[in-house]
Design a binder for this molecule. Structure first.
Ligand code: ADP
Ligand code: ADP
Length: 226
């Protein structure tokens, strides 16, 4: 269960320029919500504010109804997948996946068991003891996914997670991510500049343009509007 409500959110990095201008939307538990728009329109900024990595200039962020503007990132019970995967090069796949779990107060045995499960789920079992540099792009991306999923956080944020993959792998990973999200019942907020990705993955999508919401709705409704 994780409902995310943005209420009149504004963001400026300095006094002169507004990056996001009065964004309001409620993302329902279990929804796959896609933020789409051209480079520089403020997608990453929005995601980082939800994650608590960037302060909100004004407006309210509510998580399951509670005002969360000032919550620390770890208090928000969410996971995040970045474009560059952000893997630790000196750690094995297994250690990369379980790296964040010490804050979750889970025993070592429990961590190992959960790591095995997600590796199984993502076809990484044979690579558990390898280092990131020994993996292909697609495998690295799966490690980043595994690290998010193993936290069991009900909300997952993804920032252009597929943009470093070739077209064929991208298409395959789209459906894998979608299946995983359904299976685990995650609330997903997914950022992309790729309209096909948005169309094929989203329950609902929001098109951002120069910091304003241009359109919001189900993919077919958005694209059939005159
Ligand atoms: P967007 O949010 O639209 O993806 P970015 O600011 O992330 O825009 O990227 C701008 C450009 O830089 C894109 O063309 C992207 O392919 C390229 N780029 C982003 N990250 C990297 C990277 N780690 N290495 C090389 N090129 C990158
Ligand atoms: P997107 O993810 O859609 O490519 P971003 O959220 O990364 O867009 O960026 C939106 C705007 O905010 C851009 O004009 C970018 O230059 C600016 N911006 C992003 N991060 C910072 C920052 N840390 N400091 C100042 N300006 C920033």
């Amino acid at each position: 269960m994780k409902k995310v409500a943005l209420c009149h959110i504004k963001k400026s990095y300095d006094q002169k320029t507004t990056v996001l201008n009065d964004i309001s939307v409620t993302i329902e538990p279990g929804e796959f919500f896609v933020l789409v728009g051209p480079s520089g329109c403020g997608k990453s900024t929005m995601l980082r504010m939800i994650a608590g990595l960037e302060p909100i200039t004004s407006g309210e962020l509510r998580l399951d109804g509670e005002l969360a503007n000032d919550w620390s990132p770890s208090a928000r019970d969410l996971s995040m997948v970045f474009q560059n995967y952000a893997l630790l090069p000196h750690l094995t796949v297994e250690k990369n996946i379980t790296f964040g779990l010490h804050t979750k107060k889970r025993s070592k045995r429990e961590q190992e068991k959960q790591c095995l499960e997600v590796c199984e789920m993502l076809g990484l079992s044979a690579y558990r003891h390898k280092k990131p540099r020994e993996l292909s792009g697609g495998q690295r991306q799966r490690v980043a996914l595994a690290r998010a999923i193993v936290t069991q956080a009900p909300l997952c944020l993804m920032d252009e997670p597929l943009s470093n993959l070739d077209a064929k792998l991208r298409a395959k990973m789209r459906s894998e991510i979608r299946q995983l999200q359904r299976k685990l019942g995650l609330t997903m907020i997914y950022v992309t500049h790729d309209q096909t990705e948005a169309m094929t993955m989203a329950d609902r999508m929001m098109i951002l343009h120069n910091g304003d919401v241009q359109q919001i709705g189900r993919p077919l409704d958005v694209y059939n509007e005159p």
